[in-house]
Design a protein around this ligand. Structure first.
Ligand SMILES: *Cc1c(COP(=O)(O)O)cnc(C)c1O
Length: 355
């Protein structure tokens, strides 16, 4: 608190990211990073760009990265916006489309940055409860609103939504912008990207932090009609013309081009997820169906905080959310390598008394 602060600063409730421990941990499964490093081609491209050119500003429009994404998704370059992580893209979306007279809608259990951005920009919001199985019900998104946002698959539940349901929401809400946050879409969830040609109120956001193993580089993007993309570009150029540095732009291109590595690593993670789900079900855990690189799971007997603390003392970090009450017995566990998953299962068996 300070007399020099504005009311805006006094009233902020900042987002609290998962812990990035300083000490060495055996296994870090708390912030949904990729267990595999970036493609070797990404490492090489960064090394090659580590030179005198760094004295020059980067391309303000990340044109090469846009072209690469445009041909990958078979869409126009003008339908792509690139930001410093998808969190920045989301922040621009809130400013560009959500500051209206009506409240925006998002699920009661979802990515906790949405209420943070809403308060930062003075946007009213209304949360819509997930149903009894933790699903987002399309029919619940019919109230008058200033915009809609949710992740697909949802976080922290991991539950994917099919395109038919997404289309229902888009059709019911033609007066407002609907944002589908696809941070985890590459782990077995169907993308809404192709729907942008049919729905001019749709924005899809994606990230290089999870499926492309580049959380440390901060690259995210949005795909939408040219009209919506232009709004984001106007915001960016009123804030910071160069949000993506030279090395990140180069790394992003190489990451998209190495399709083989991307497919292999995504496949390995999906395989490890299937393994973990099966093993956990045999030792008393109930796990929600996941289309992401994490699972949301609850033991039928043991308390979530007890399991969390015992894993922590063994050097394994997972994520626990105290609020809301409804999810306080769940743990969110990032899918790691098979070796990490075997170790995790071994420790969990000890904790819940199966060995
Ligand atoms: C990780 C995550 C993001 C942000 O990703 P960055 O590109 O690293 O900023 C956005 N939305 C959801 C739901 C996420 O989990």
């Amino acid at each position: 608190m300070s007399k020099y602060w504005t009311d805006v600063v006094h009233n902020l409730t900042p987002y609290v990211p998962g812990e990035q421990p300083k000490e060495h941990l055996l296994i870090k499964l708390n912030t949904n990073e990729n267990p595999y490093g970036p493609s070797q081609k990404v490492i090489e491209s960064i090394a090659a760009a580590n030179n005198d050119q760094l004295r020059l500003y980067p391309d303000p429009e990340s044109d090469a990265l846009k072209s690469t994404l445009a041909s990958y998704y078979k869409i126009s370059k003008n339908s792509i916006f690139i930001g410093n992580g998808s969190d920045e893209v989301l922040a621009f979306i809130f400013q560009a489309f959500f500051k209206k007279d009506l409240p925006i809608l998002f699920p009661d259990i979802t990515y906790s940055f949405y209420p943070v951005y809403s308060r930062l920009y003075g946007i009213e919001y209304k949360t819509i409860p997930l149903d009894d199985e933790f699903n987002i019900r399309s029919d619940d998104y019919i109230a008058q609103n200033g915009g809609i946002i949710f992740p697909n698959p949802n976080a922290p539940t991991g539950i994917p939504k099919n395109l038919k349901d997404i289309e229902t929401i888009l059709k019911l809400n033609q007066e407002s912008v609907v944002v589908i946050d696809e941070a985890y879409v590459d782990f077995g969830t169907e993308s809404s990207v192709n729907l942008i040609n049919q729905y001019d109120n749709l924005i899809v956001t994606q990230s290089f932090s999870k499926s492309r193993s580049l959380a440390g580089m901060r690259i995210g993007f949005a795909i939408a009609s040219e009209e919506l993309i232009e709004a984001l570009t106007r915001i960016k150029n009123s804030f910071n013309s160069y949000p993506i540095d030279r090395l990140a732009q180069i790394a992003g291109v190489a990451a998209i081009e190495d399709i083989t590595y991307f497919n292999e690593t995504c496949r390995s993670i999906i395989k490890a997820r299937t393994f973990l789900e099966k093993e956990l079900s045999e030792i008393g855990f109930d796990t929600l169906p996941s289309g992401a690189n994490f699972i949301f799971t609850k033991h039928r007997v043991f308390d979530a905080i007890t399991i969390f603390s015992k894993l922590r003392s063994q050097g394994v970090l997972v994520r626990h959310f105290k609020n809301p009450e409804r999810i306080s017995q769940y743990l969110r566990i990032t899918i790691g390598s098979m070796q990490q998953m075997r170790k995790l299962v071994f420790l969990l068996k000890e904790i819940v008394g199966y060995i």
